[in-house]
Design a protein around this ligand. Structure first.
Ligand code: AMP
Length: 206
């Protein structure tokens, strides 16, 4: 099952993507994690992305698209994946369509965590404070970068809701419920498709 999980910074998207991936037995593919890993690895991508990420801005489309294009065709993603943090722009969504179409695949579902904007800044500033206290704050967990990340989300990523709604594959879940309830609502939202995909995978496995 091929899923995109959408949600603003502070919506709990990363946590939910990991849980859902475990439950469905498919990999969670986070472009943020991939880019963060590229920085200490000293790759060209990492060098280009480092300062952009620290400011909370979006890394150029072609860079992220290149990473995802390779990753989703790896063996562990054969029966599906959850994309976490990608696409973040309409251009990325169009590129994803092209990559999947070229491989004879398509997206099954786009899940959006619906979170009241007013709740977000407080939530992410809290998360930054906790992470700093625990000694694992991200370089972009500063107040300035978090504000930029929210702006980027509103301007660049939010339009994806309409993009996928028009294609009839968008499902929204209330992201302000308790974590376990969000997780069960996400599972419920894709239950019938998950069963269909499991049958397809079973019938096509050797
Ligand atoms: P995340 O871990 O998803 O919050 O992403 C952290 C940062 O990585 C973002 O603020 C961007 O700078 C960069 N990033 C991650 N995914 C993308 C993407 N799909 N397009 C552009 N930049 C991205």
């Amino acid at each position: 099952m091929r899923i995109v999980l959408l949600g603003p910074p502070g919506s709990g998207k990363g946590t939910q993507a990991i849980r859902l991936a475990k439950q469905l037995g498919i990999p969670q593919l986070s472009t943020g994690d991939m880019l963060r890993a590229a920085v200490p690895a000293g790759t060209l991508i990492g060098a280009k992305a480092k300062e952009i990420m620290e400011r909370g801005e979006l890394v150029p489309d072609q860079l992220v698209v290149a990473i995802v294009a390779e990753r989703i065709l790896e063996a562990d993603a054969k029966y599906g994946f959850i994309l976490d943090g990608f696409p973040r722009t309409i251009a990325q969504a169009a590129a994803l369509d092209d990559i999947l179409r070229a491989a004879g695949l398509r997206l099954d579902s786009v899940l959006e965590l619906d979170v009241d904007e007013a709740a977000l800044l407080g939530r992410i500033l809290n998360r930054a404070k906790e992470a700093t206290a625990n000694g694992h704050a991200r370089a972009d967990d500063t107040e300035a970068a978090l504000r930029v990340r929210l702006e980027e989300y509103r301007g660049q990523t939010k339009p994806l809701s309409d993009y996928y709604r028009e294609r009839g594959i968008l499902k929204r879940v209330d992201g302000l419920q308790p974590i376990d309830k969000v997780a069960s609502s996400l599972l419920e939202a894709i239950a019938s498709q998950a069963r269909r995909c499991a049958r397809t995978a079973a019938s096509s496995s050797p």
